[in-house]
Design a protein around this ligand. Structure first.
Ligand code: PGA
Length: 257
């Protein structure tokens, strides 16, 4: 189980540090046992990363970025490299979020190049896939997700379950308050699991497949109870420490004792 927060373009630096401190305090108050079986991560804006990595240094909350450039270094004004991210304390990076695909024109080939680059620096990519409402209504959701997986993972090696995380994020559920039903999520997560197994064999059984799209503390339990939903990528609700940690508690409750 993994609960990861995607802060998107929210919080200024003092606000982001305060949120990270609230998370650290919440994790410490809950005690070591509370989240022993759940991995936690936050993906704040770039400029917050190193400060937040310091704040979270003594608590089991990993730090990830929301994007990375595919090239090693050089004349790419405004971009951030994988080496910069690791040196700022990141262990994870979101790639292919639908907002980047839609608003910034990222293609499957771009996403694949970012995954390769992230992996070469030891960053764990959180690959986002998901369909639009029109694609779902037309009965094409599964085909769209399969195509995204193909485009992003063709030629990528996954040797252990820790090499990759996938997040299924139906676009119609992101930031809308409308969530996929647990059954809709499970159906797509099972498809993703099968696809990963065909590609990578045994390690695919333990790759985390997160659900994202209006996951909140009131609906997280039902989603996380599904066998192939092994965590969440949480946007809006990750901006409040209590809400985020409540979702993590629901995740912890799903792990067999
Ligand atoms: P949301 O965002 O939880 O606010 O819907 C999820 C995401 O886009 O990762």
């Amino acid at each position: 189980m993994l609960i990861a927060g995607n802060w998107k373009m929210n919080t200024d630096l003092p606000g982001g540090l305060a949120l990270a401190r609230a998370l650290a305090a919440g994790v410490q108050e809950a005690g070591e046992e509370a989240f022993a079986d759940v991995d936690l991560a936050v993906c704040p804006p770039y400029v917050h990363l190193s400060g937040i990595a310091d704040v979270l240094a003594d608590v089991p909350v990993a730090v990830g970025a929301q994007n990375v450039h595919a090239e090693e270094e050089g004349a790419y004004t405004g971009e951030i490299s994988a080496a910069m991210l690791t040196s700022a304390g990141c262990t994870h990076v979101i790639v292919g979020h639908s907002e980047r695909r839609e608003a910034f024109g990222e293609t499957d080939a771009d996403v694949r190049a970012k995954i390769v680059q992230a992996r070469s620096h030891g960053l764990v990519p959180i690959l986002c896939v998901g369909e639009t409402i029109e694609q779902r209504r037309a009965g094409n959701a599964a085909a769209v997700v399969r195509r995204q997986l193909d485009g992003a993972l063709d030629g990528v090696d996954v040797d252990t379950a820790d090499d990759l995380i996938v997040a299924y994020e139906p676009i119609w559920a992101i930031g809308t308050g409308e969530t996929a039903t647990p059954e809709q999520a499970q159906e797509m997560h099972a498809l993703i699991r099968r696809d990963l197994t065909d590609r990578f064999g045994d390690p695919a059984a333990d790759v985390e497949i997160l659900y994202g799209g209006s996951m909140k503390r009131h609906n997280a339990a039902g989603l996380l109870r599904q066998p192939d939903v092994t965590g969440g990528l949480v946007g809006g609700a990750s901006l409040t420490a209590d809400h985020f940690l409540d979702i993590a508690r629901h995740a912890a409750a799903q792990v067999p004792a």
